[in-house]
Design a protein around this ligand. Sequence first.
Ligand code: 6PG
Length: 237
Amino acid sequence: MMVQRAIQVYATLDDLVLAGVALWREMSRAAVAAHGCFRVALAGGSTPKRLYAALAKEHGIPWESTWVFWGDERYVPPDHPDSNAGMAQAALLNHVPIPKKQIFPWPTHSGDPWLDAAAYAATLRHVFGDSPTWDLLLLGMGDDGHTASLFPGTAAVQVQNTWTTVGEKGGDPRLTLTFAALNAARCAVIWVAGSGKAKRVQEVLSQAVGLPIQGIKPQGSLIWMLDGEAAAALPWV
Ligand code: 6PG
């Protein structure tokens, strides 16, 4: 497996989405050919929505062999407007023939986020065995440099001995993969768009500032996929 570290910049969000669809198609077909399935962990937030909606219209993607997970989840029911699973269901999963038994949203119903985080870790161990080797891990980045629900200065960033933990944002619990699970990925894509992220992108790509996004060091490839606005502060763009 060729391991790469790359920064890809696309002039517009439309171009970024087209590139994301092409990458997903290529990677899913290669994974299914290599080991019979394509296991992807989705990002939440708003940026990936356009990508998910474009994928929903694509043909020639092995949806029947696709297994879907999430990198993190807000501690809300799936029908809540803030739900990452709800967003992906509406934008993509309700429109493609992925068997329901291959879609693994985080549980958020026990009332105890720690219990639900542990349950998700058990699910991952059941599916992956010793290491959650995502074929594709899709991540976003907040303008504070967080990723998944690993926020700067929170205890979740330090957790290494489990695959899942409970993070927090503004006092609200968040369920999240830890770096131990995130960095098991065969390929991680950090998907960033919009001028609001430009300064942070420039900072985290040019100096070690100890922000969570800089903890994404997968055993496999790491590809930053940026639109022109998010890349605008990079000196060489
Ligand atoms: C979440 C995401 C989070 C997201 C960033 C960027 O649950 O919100 O997993 O890590 O990727 O916050 O979010 P936007 O795409 O909305 O800017």
